[in-house]
Design a protein around this ligand. Structure first.
Ligand SMILES: O=C(O)c1ccc[n+]([C@@H]2O[C@H](COP(=O)([O-])O)[C@@H](O)[C@H]2O)c1
Ligand SMILES: Cc1cc2nc[nH]c2cc1C
Length: 345
């Protein structure tokens, strides 16, 4: 596992103090430049080359009425990503990021058009998870397979020469799985974590809280202890792939930018499994999903933005890219007090 370089962080901090601005006046942007310096082999990090990888899969728990949309939307949205019409298609183009979609378990058939705007990899581990209220979402072997696809996605051709990895997800029903994982790994009550997902009613949310409580009780009785036990019991295939993706990024020494509620649940699994992964994670935004801020706090991460987003697909992470690139450009290109001949005392 790579570790951030504190000597480069100190050099970057000294450089920030010499730029033509009052100390600390660029706030969080200064912290970002120093954070990337420690993780990019240079006190003056170059413009980032971001890769967005959206993992898609279905959830058996959708049968419990926990989403405002039918499960077929997962596959239909994969087709939309490939056709270039989804929010993340637009935002990836705007930010100059590559976009890949990895189907690790979409249950429905979907047709993709030729001449696509995103690369699609179809590597389904199974056709969606089982209903996690009633049985383990997946077997240990399936969980490991999805995890390995995520590791491979962070370390192979998909992201070659990229310097920032962004994981996203698409999966109807996955806020239920993510909520269950966050509750299991933080010991916070489902009441404080379960949210409205795609926009369910308050009454449906009561049912969703009960579904999560039932799933947690079932998995606990089945002997779930480790983060990977919980992942296999109440997680999802795209969540397992994302946890592997963050682990693979950390192993390769490439920073990873989190998106919303579901990606943060996956990051929590990765960090509980291997604490050093935390050194490579950056939070882009705090979504409107009820438990997101608790999950970020459990990871000791402070989000850059809070815009009331609740979309997923890596959209919040992509929206943060211009700010991050600006932070690095300011760090590289601003004049120093001495080069500009500005007096400090
Ligand atoms: O990223 C978030 O914070 C977020 C919050 C709410 C919903 N979502 C997206 O909505 C889908 C899951 O919502 P649901 O209601 O089907 O569980 C899934 O495709 C996610 O990408 C994403
Ligand atoms: C249309 C739609 C787009 C999405 N993108 C991520 N999750 C989603 C859920 C729905 C329902």
């Amino acid at each position: 596992m790579s570790t951030p370089n504190q000597v480069l962080a100190s050099a970057a901090q000294l450089h920030q103090a010499q730029l033509t601005k009052p100390q600390g006046s660029l706030g969080k942007l200064e912290e970002l430049a120093i954070w990337f310096a420690a993780r990019s082999n240079s006190a003056m990090p170059a413009r980032l080359q971001p890769a967005i990888v959206v993992f898609a899969a279905d959830h058996g728990v959708a049968a419990e009425g926990v989403s405002a949309f039918p499960a077929e939307v997962t596959g239909q949205m994969v087709a939309n990503f490939v056709a270039g019409g989804a929010a993340i298609s637009v935002l990836a183009r705007e930010a100059g990021a590559s976009l890949s979609v990895v189907d690790v378990g979409v249950a429905s058939n979907y047709a993709v058009t030729a001449g696509s705007s995103a690369q699609l990899f179809r590597v389904p581990v199974r056709a969606g998870t089982a209903n996690l209220r009633l049985e383990p979402a997946m077997s240990e072997q399936e969980c490991n397979k999805a995890w390995a696809i995520g590791v491979g996605s962070a370390q192979e051709g998909l992201v070659r020469s990229k310097t920032l990895l962004i994981g996203g997800e698409m999966g109807i029903g996955n806020t239920t799985a993510a909520a269950a994982l966050i509750c299991a790994l933080t010991d916070i009550d489902p009441i404080d974590i379960v949210g409205l997902g795609t926009g369910i009613t308050a009454q449906s949310r009561e049912n969703k809280v009960q579904v999560v409580k039932d799933a947690l009780a079932r998995a606990r009785a089945a002997g779930a202890v480790t983060a990977k036990d919980w992942l296999m019991q109440v997680g999802g295939l795209e969540i397992a792939a994302l946890a592997g993706f963050y682990t693979g990024a950390a192993e390769a020494g490439i920073p990873a930018l989190l998106d919303g509620f579901i990606t943060t649940a996956a990051a929590l699994v990765a960090v509980k499994n291997k604490p050093e992964v935390a050194d490579w994670l950056l939070a882009s935004h705090c979504s409107d999903e009820k438990g997101h801020r608790h999950a970020l706090a459990a990871l000791q991460l402070e989000p850059i933005l809070q815009l009331g987003l609740r979309l997923g697909e890596a959209s919040g992470a992509a929206l943060t890219l211009p700010l991050i690139q600006s932070a690095l450009a300011l760090h590289r290109d601003m004049a120093t007090f001495s080069s500009a001949g500005i007096t400090t005392k």
